[in-house]
Design a protein around this ligand. Structure first.
Ligand code: 5GP
Ligand code: MG
Length: 178
């Protein structure tokens, strides 16, 4: 059993890169067909999606525009208590076919907020590509047009995902051990 220790927590290898790439291939094939002639604007969410985005985008056979944004949430005064802030969005979204590339849909809150924001900016068509979805954790209504893999409700690192800032560079996916 291959394990890695990050800040005193042990993680074990649960999903090798080869299996991730097979899943990425599958959605890339569908995206190539469905996004042809759509002049897509791909918005990859940093930091977590950087590896997924690089693998996915190189398998999509459509010359799109690629940009990177960051999200931060802070305590605000709206009813739900927090506000999503989008950082670094310099492209016009209005009237564009936008494809969000994200690492994970967990509760779905982040994606729910982000898609609402992009719709409000006037995106003509909005699609969401996500590496992992945790169906057991889902609590919000979300768009997820292309899901590479559904995984159990456990904490994972690697392939772009971090534990407290560490482990994003690991090639495979590791799951936190009890
Ligand atoms: P949500 O808003 O859907 O509850 O959470 C989504 C965000 O939580 C993801 O973008 C990701 O940053 C983080 N997240 C959720 N589950 C995991 C996980 O298992 N590992 C890591 N590294 N981040 C996670
Ligand atoms: Mg994230």
């Amino acid at each position: 059993m291959k394990t890695v220790t990050i800040k005193g927590r042990r993680f074990r290898l649960t999903l090798p890169e080869s299996e991730i790439l097979q899943a990425v291939d599958r959605i890339a094939g569908r995206m190539s067909e469905e996004l042809a002639d759509k002049n897509p604007l791909f918005l990859a969410i940093l930091n977590g999606s950087f590896v997924f985005a690089a693998d996915l985008l190189r398998r999509i056979d459509v010359a799109g525009q690629v940009s990177f944004i960051r999200l931060s949430s802070y305590s605000g005064t709206d009813s739900s208590g927090d506000v999503l802030k989008v950082i670094g969005l310099t492209e016009q979204v209005n009237g564009r076919n936008v494809v969000v590339i994200e690492d994970m849909i967990d509760s779905g809150l982040t994606m729910n907020r982000l898609t609402a924001h992009l719709s409000a900016l006037g995106a003509a068509d909005l699609k969401v590509a996500v590496l992992f979805m945790k169906p057991e954790a889902l609590r919000y209504d979300v768009k997820a047009d292309y899901v590479a893999l559904s995984i159990p409700n456990d904490f994972v690192v690697g392939y772009g995902l971090d534990y407290d800032g560490y482990g994003r560079n690991l090639r495979d996916i590791y799951t936190l051990m009890p």
